[in-house]
Design a protein around this ligand. Structure first.
Ligand code: SF4
Ligand code: SF4
Length: 187
């Protein structure tokens, strides 16, 4: 028997409760496969989308938190749109990524959270993404200095990337939101 798979009753009830409070009803899944067949990045996943939903329904948190799939999901919502049971699969992926970080589980795709962090730092500082600064921060974090240089140069010459940052007026409000004190949190 594959040691990765345990009986259903071994699932983590706390994990299932968290999914329920987030409004992600994984038990509504009847494994039709529409989510998996529509996912644009499915070829890169180590677990299919429908496997993620089924493992979540079994409370198999450990396998999910160590998978590449949760980090490679592009949050495009195609799966949720195609799901006949309106299961919030992109939301489920969010919950799983957040849990993996909280539990200190090393991401199976370490470059992805580094890019997320660089993006969020850029938005916190400038009020919007400053792509050149964000990519420089990502390259320093990941050590992947040469990646996509040619593409970056092409985008610069075509004016698709701005060399200098362009902040927004409401930067202070954005920073308050990041600190958990913005209007978004007062509603
Ligand atoms: S589309 Fe919905 S019901 Fe069908 S397998 Fe995916 S999650 Fe389950
Ligand atoms: S949200 Fe993620 S899992 Fe769903 S279709 Fe998009 S990339 Fe695939």
């Amino acid at each position: 028997m594959n040691s990765d798979f345990r009986p259903v009753e071994a699932g983590n009830p706390k994990f299932l409760k968290k999914l329920a409070t987030m409004g992600v009803d994984v038990h509504a899944c009847f494994q039709c496969g529409r989510c998996s067949s529509g996912c644009p990045v499915a070829d890169f996943f180590d677990l299919t989308v429908m496997q993620v939903v089924r493992l979540a329904a079994y409370g198999m948190e450990d396998i999910l938190l160590q998978s590449k799939t949760i980090w490679l999901c592009a949050a495009c919502e195609t799966c949720a749109t195609r799901c006949p049971n309106e299961i919030e699969i992109a939301g489920l992926m969010d919950v799983l990524r957040s849990l993996a970080l909280k539990k200190g589980i090393a991401p199976a795709e370490p470059r992805v959270p580094k890019l997320h962090r660089s993006f969020l730092d850029s938005v916190r500082y400038w009020g919007r993404a400053y792509e050149v600064g964000m990519l420089a921060a990502y390259k320093l974090r990941s050590g992947d200095l040469a990646c996509d240089m040619k593409l970056g140069m092409q985008m610069l010459t075509k004016g698709k990337l701005k060399l200098l940052p362009q902040g927004i007026k409401g930067k202070a409000e954005v920073r308050r939101i990041f600190a958990g004190k913005g209007k978004e949190y007062e509603r």
